[in-house]
Write a new protein. Structure first.
Length: 538
């Protein structure tokens, strides 16, 4: 907490300031007098004084307005859009016999995703969360329509175009999701809220995989039917409509009584300047880029190089269900760990890092052991289909099933931890929008490289080695951020690029204190008792 600045009022009231060499002292009565003026000063400053917090009346409105309800609605949108996209991707090749069309579409998707995501935080700050989320959700419906058309007419061009369009839309959906998910909760709730969202989101992939399993259980083919695609089209369209049910962020109130600050509308030039100013002012963020790039890189190997070639269609659907179901429980467990009151936030960050690091080596090590038994050339032979594993072959299937479940656990813990580290950097929705954009940009760039390698028929072992190395490097590169940037409480510096910083639970008192002496303000959200250098315990 910033101490009250020393002043030396003159007898004439002209506001003469003592020379810097003079020793300034305050008596207890001076401090008490200054403190007594805080309410009046805060009330007289329209810039610093927040609007009175008025909670909604009526039982239903109070429930609807709760932060946890808004996170559930946000999860529902992604449940019905990105969740069903994941279900389709999880069985490998978009449900097709050949992964060529899906690989090319994914390459277009993630390439566009990577470019647009870098600037999507600026787009979010201009359009607002609800509209950005709605526009982003529409792309998933179009993408699944393209596979339905491909199943009927084999129009590969439409699939690729839909993938590129989804790249734009997905960047909008995920930057809005990231900003809302990290700005709605208080600091002590971030791990919990991330886990709740992740659980609901993955429930969509579980439901989609269950639909696939039910509709393909007796099928002898290795491609998804038109009925599966049609049902997914309807549900993803419904998900886009659900985006408009979210409450206006300007009216959201956190559980501690503080408002969720909405960035003021600024020009595109100001937004882009703020984007690059963030990179200059917070250089440690760059160390997280390898971690971001690794967070989706493994999808291509897991879905197209492991699940798709090794198993029958119905077993692929079952594996996909188990993969996403495992993420629900593991994300909740990871969230509880990252919000544990038994440790300070820095300690939780270190423990979380250790958990993810162990999972990286366990999962990739197990994948390597299996990869030694088959190659891409083997899977292209006429006799390979007869060697596909079905879940009824318990002796052959059990170990691989456990490994695939652990792949899902790694995905959930890896991404939950990445979001948590981002959330420790700021509480400002505008800054979080930029950070979420960086995350999705590098995440998508990594995925684009993975699908490009797969579309060029690189050996499975090459894809595995690249993914393993990138995950390990991402964890190591994140160490400086955890050691030097993660603190026990989030401290907001000056606004970025003209976008107003978020106010939080202590900002009102800090603003009033600053107005007593004109000193700079350090805004800190108190998560727990933390001592900061040169100050009293916050």
């Amino acid at each position: 907490m910033s101490a009250l600045p020393s002043t030396s009022p003159s007898a004439s009231g002209a506001g003469d300031v003592a020379a810097p060499s003079e020793k300034q002292q305050h008596s207890s009565s001076d401090i008490a007098a200054a403190t007594d003026t805080l309410p009046a000063l805060a009330a007289s400053s329209p810039l610093d004084a927040p609007a009175p917090v008025q909670r909604p009346t009526g039982t239903l409105m109070r429930i609807y307005s709760k932060p946890i309800t808004q996170i559930v609605l946000l999860g529902l949108v992604c449940f019905l859009t990105a969740g069903f996209f994941n279900a389709l991707s999880g069985i490998g090749g978009g449900g097709q016999v050949s992964a060529d069309a899906a690989n090319t579409a994914n390459l277009a998707l993630y390439s566009v995703f990577a470019v647009v995501s870098f600037f999507s935080g600026s787009i979010l700050n201009r359009l607002g969360s609800r509209l950005t989320l709605f526009l982003g959700a529409l792309g998933y419906c179009l993408y699944i329509i393209s596979f339905l058309v491909y199943n009927i007419y084999a129009n590969k061009g439409f699939v690729i175009a839909a993938g590129a369009i989804l790249g734009v839309c997905a960047s909008l959906l995920w930057v809005a999701q990231g900003s809302l998910m990290l700005s709605i909760p208080t600091e002590s709730q971030k791990g919990q809220f991330i886990a709740v969202f992740w659980c609901i989101f993955n429930l969509g992939a579980c439901l989609g995989s269950a639909i696939e399993l039910g509709l393909t259980y007796h099928s002898t083919q290795n491609t998804v039917s038109n009925g599966v695609y049609a049902s997914f089209v309807v549900l993803t369209g419904l998900g886009a409509c659900c985006a408009m049910l979210l409450r206006d962020p300007a009216k959201m109130i956190r559980d501690d009584g503080t408002r969720v600050t909405v960035p003021r509308q600024t020009s595109w030039r100001t937004e882009f300047r703020g984007l690059f100013q963030l990179l200059v002012s917070d250089r440690w963020i760059v160390c997280l880029f390898p971690l971001f790039a690794a967070s989706n890189f493994f999808y291509c190997y897991q879905f197209n190089d492991f699940n798709s070639p090794l198993f029958t269609l119905r077993t692929r659907a079952l594996n996909s269900f188990l993969y996403w179901a495992s993420q629900m429980g593991s994300s909740v467990a990871m969230g509880r760990l990252l919000d544990s009151r038994r440790m300070c936030r820095r300690s939780r960050a270190w423990v979380g890092w250790s958990v993810v690091f162990v999972l990286v080596w366990t999962v990739w090590g197990g994948s390597y052991a299996k990869q030694l038994q088959y190659t891409r050339a083997d899977t292209q032979q006429p006799w390979w289909d007869a060697r596909r594993i079905d879940f009824t072959q318990s002796r052959s299937y059990a170990g691989l099933c456990i490994l695939y479940i652990l792949m899902g656990v790694l995905d959930a813990c890896f991404q939950t931890y990445a979001y948590y580290v981002i959330g420790t950097v700021s509480n400002d929705p505008a800054k979080l929008g930029f950070l979420a954009g960086f995350y999705k940009s590098f995440q998508s760039a990594g995925a684009a490289v993975a699908f490009a390698m797969d579309s060029k028929y690189e050996p499975f072992m090459t894809n595995l080695a690249t993914g393993w190395a990138l995950c390990a490097a991402g964890m190591v590169c994140a160490l400086p951020v955890i050691a030097l940037r993660v603190t026990n409480t989030t401290v907001e510096a000056s606004p970025v690029g003209g976008v107003e910083g978020a106010r939080n639970s202590e900002s009102d008192v800090e603003s009033a204190r600053a107005s007593t002496g004109g000193g700079g303000v350090v805004v800190a959200t108190k998560e727990e008792d933390v001592s900061t250098p040169g100050s009293e315990k916050a």
